[in-house]
Design a protein around this ligand. Structure first.
Ligand SMILES: [Zn+2]
Length: 78
């Protein structure tokens, strides 16, 4: 374990908006989005429909909640 894990070496992730920022997630989705108009989110929806998957219901949460639930930050939205 080096200092890199907590320092500048750990910069591959998209930076998150402030913790209290509202956005949306879906239960199965990987990313925290600003809203459902996100082109990244829409792409995911189209792929799900194409594969015959059911869409997960959307949930409105803060950035902090999304993070705690293991979501990533959408690079399109933020
Ligand atoms: Zn997005």
């Amino acid at each position: 374990m080096t200092d890199d894990a907590q320092g500048w070496g750990y910069q591959l992730e998209q930076p998150w908006p402030p913790p209290e920022t509202m956005g949306m997630i879906t239960r199965k989705g990987r990313n925290f989005h600003r809203d459902e108009n996100c082109s990244g989110y829409q792409q995911g929806v189209r792929n799900s429909i194409k594969r015959g998957h059911k869409l997960s219901p959307q949930e409105t949460v803060t950035a902090q909640q999304a993070k705690h639930r293991g979501k990533g930050c959408c690079s399109v939205c933020w």
